[in-house]
Unconditional design. Sequence first.
Length: 84
Amino acid sequence: MPGRARSRYTTYLVSMTPERSGGRGRSGPKPAPAVYAVMKPNAEAAIEAVRALAEGPTVVAVVGSLSTRVSKGLKLKPGEPRLV
């Protein structure tokens, strides 16, 4: 008797960078991106999970992924964004 279908998760690395405001001549420092590891079934769900953490206008993008071994080492749980 076949068991229940298992949902597959991938650990995505998602970058969140605050948008700079101001004109062309702005001489302030460039905002540093924050990178989160989040275990989700697809990239769109990972982006939405990190976007929910954003305060103000930000640029959110998937920048990579982690192996299963590293994800287990970090003790990540599905749906839990963690700053790395």
